[in-house]
Design a binder for this molecule. Sequence first.
Ligand code: DHB
Ligand code: FE
Length: 282
Amino acid sequence: MARIVGAITTSHVPAIGKAMARRLQQDPEWKPFFDGFDPAHRWLDRVKPDVAVVIYNDHGLGMFLDKMPTFAVGAAAEYRNADEGWGLPVVPPFPGDPGFSWHLIESLIADEFDITSCQEMLVDHAFAIPMNLMWPDKQPKPVRSIPVLVNGIQHPLPLPSRCFKFGRALGRAIESYPEDLKVLVVGTGGMSHQLDGKRAGFINKEFDRMCLEKLVDDPQALTRYSIQEIAELAGAQGVEIIMWLIARAALTGHVSKVHSQYRVPVSNTAAGLLVLQNAAAA
Ligand code: DHB
Ligand code: FE
């Protein structure tokens, strides 16, 4: 059976992608941030996942405001990247796993989550940057991937309480797949940030630290916030933390923290990283 080895949640700030493209990893300004991924790389080398299920929000590349599914799952043989306007280099396509995708889609719908299935899906910076952060300089990536798109831009967004239940259902869907696969769950976005308006540059370290703590041992605590409350506390784009909540909720066993980092600001954003190990429930 498929087994969830753990989760990695990380911000997906385009400036990180630019720094990687310019090979600034050793630059004094960027070194501490990129060094913060070393423990994640060591852990990935050890657990060697076969498949990454990547929960992310599209920013107007694969979907746009005219048509925005609340939850969608990719079911393609590969996922092409393109630049939606940040000037980032386009990266090679990410191989998929259509058989596993269709299992997830069927399981989620049987579990009352009427997601959109996407047999073609362009993936934006929110997908590509975390993949490059986890496996820098590895091409192709050593995993097949399955994008899980969650609406993070066109209100109304899904309730955090619904996201938690969706994550639980996604975990059940993954672990009911009969193939012996090691699966990594990834959540991208956050942490606190607001890109425009009067509060542009808004960061809330206290809220972010609370999230980093609760996501390890008590993720359900975050379901007491509404999307509006998260936007107030974490900035308009800070609502992307729901991707982290879904990823964490997918972990079904005993969860322990392998590593975390928190750096402010990276671009306009509080950049966070959390590596969680999932030991199968006894
Ligand atoms: C930034 C952060 C994001 O999450 C994003 O999607 C785009 C830009 C930023 O901080 O610049
Ligand atoms: Fe974003």
